[in-house]
Write a protein that binds this ligand. Sequence first.
Ligand SMILES: [Zn+2]
Length: 92
Amino acid sequence: MSYRPSVENVTKAGSNEKEGLYEFIVKLADGTECRAFYHRFPQWRMTNINRLQKTPCPVCRKDFICNCMESFSGDIGLQIEDGQWIDKALAE
Ligand SMILES: [Zn+2]
């Protein structure tokens, strides 16, 4: 019940640097992959996150669209910040 996401890797999927918009693929330790959208101005912040429908949702087990990951956006966002994953993803 108490799902605890664990960020394992972050890669850049796209960006509009002029607008400060970035899209990252966030891989979690359980194999779940999410697409996270960020706006970097005035500071980096996640604007949206959703699960890629490659694997069933680890929370509700649906294999189609659901909004479960939104409830974990704060936790995932903190892990991305603490792990400096954005810097790493942009350096690639
Ligand atoms: Zn779900």
